[in-house]
Design a protein around this ligand. Structure first.
Ligand code: GLN
Length: 382
């Protein structure tokens, strides 16, 4: 008898990002699908990695992350969010934000626990929950403004609810949480055993004078939270796959038990380089402004097409409705955009467990103006 795998994820295929990126390269299309910049990262940061390698930082890093990097992160969140985070026992460097979220879920979940996710949801959350034997309980964001209906959240909570995943700025909608959302969340979790997993990888990609409300700012929420970040999104190096998780030390203690027997530690020279580069505060403080210009450039160009923009106040992304163009299903429309018009986008239905089709696609505007212009030129032909 041959070994046979009973799939932990029987209903999961290849991620939509890989599908659309492969399709984009097969058709030589402009890839506004998968979220990654097409412009170069800061050369100084590249030099700092080389320097770290030359200085001999080439062996395993501490399993929680290089101490100087954890210290600089602690300094940064103190300044930005007035959060006193102990770098010794509350921060762990991870191979990317997605891994941090997975590890947080693996740390807390028992079989048949329930986790509330807001849909559209970043596509890893639900498989991450299910791979850990737990059950995802989707709560739909209200189309087209994608506001959270907190009454629906209350109704979704049961004795088995173990966690709520929040994500602000939100992928794919660009929606951000406000103080009222934070109050509602607090009311709901107060006095319960519910954890919060806060995906804040787009913390600096925030526009229109809005402020990022990190869970780190709220001690009463932080005490039950795993807060996940990504350097890839901050320094335009998504391929480096380095992020981190911040959690109170009792939670982090358990998180590290999972982490140490999984990836153990992350790329050492990059951590030294990031520690040095964090001293240049302007590199992350100006990010929102830079990215807002890109959002606006794309938005202005898209005014000359039949697509209709939905508001985006943060992230790499903006949703566009194509209901004036076609009534095709989102996945079919997105595929035709690539094959016939040479532009890749992500169908938003891919962010739902049971696809919801509002005739909306997600474009990534973290691209050179030249790339955005070429895409606009092609999209005008539709
Ligand atoms: N976070 C990126 C996005 O939303 C993609 C990450 C990935 O490809 N897994 O596009």
């Amino acid at each position: 008898m041959n070994p046979h795998i009973i799939s932990k994820l029987p209903n999961v295929g290849t991620t939509i990002f890989t599908i659309m990126s492969s399709l984009a390269s097969a058709h030589n299309a402009i890839n506004l699908g998968q979220g990654f910049p097409d412009y170069s990262m800061d050369d100084e940061l590249i030099q700092l990695v080389t320097k770290a390698m030359q200085q001999g930082h080439n062996q395993y890093a501490h399993m929680s992350g290089v101490p100087v990097l954890r210290q600089r992160i602690s300094d940064k969140v103190q300044e930005l969010y007035a959060a006193s985070i102990n770098p010794e026992n509350e921060i762990t460097i991870t191979p990317g934000g997605t891994y941090a979220i997975y590890t947080a879920l693996a740390t807390i979940l028992q079989k048949n626990d329930e986790v509330i996710v807001f849909e559209p949801a970043y596509d890893s959350y639900i498989p991450n929950i299910e791979a850990n034997g737990a059950i995802a309980v989707p709560v739909s964001l209200h189309y087209p403004d994608y506001k959270i209906n907190w009454q629906s959240v209350r109704q979704a909570i049961t004795a088995k609810t173990k966690a709520i995943i929040i994500n602000s700025p939100h992928n794919p909608t660009g929606k951000i949480l406000n103080e009222e959302d934070i109050n509602q969340l607090n009311e709901i979790v107060k006095g319960t055993g519910i954890f919060i997993i806060s995906d804040e990888v787009y913390e600096h990609l925030i526009f229109d004078g809005k402020k990022h409300l990190s869970i780190l700012k709220y001690p009463h929420l932080y005490k039950r939270s795993f807060v996940c970040f990504s350097f890839g999104k901050v320094y335009h190096c998504t391929g480096w796959k380095i992020g981190y998780c911040i959690a109170p030390h009792d939670l982090m203690h358990e998180f590290r038990k999972i982490h140490q027997y999984n990836c153990f530690s992350c790329h050492t020279p990059a951590q030294y380089a990031l520690a040095d580069f964090l001293l240049h505060k302007s590199a992350y403080l100006q990010l929102g402004e830079t990215m807002q210009k890109k959002r606006d450039y794309f938005f202005n160009g898209m005014q000359h097409t039949k697509f209709k923009a939905l508001p985006s106040h943060g992230s790499y992304f903006q949703l566009y409705s194509y209901q004036n163009i076609s009534d095709e299903a989102e996945i079919d429309f997105a595929k035709r955009l690539v094959t016939e018009f040479g532009v890749a986008a992500i169908p938003v239905s891919a962010f739902y467990k049971i696809p919801v089709d509002n005739k909306v696609v997600r474009f990534c505007f973290a691209k050179k103006e030249d790339t955005l212009q070429k895409a606009i030129d092609r999209l005008q032909l539709i």
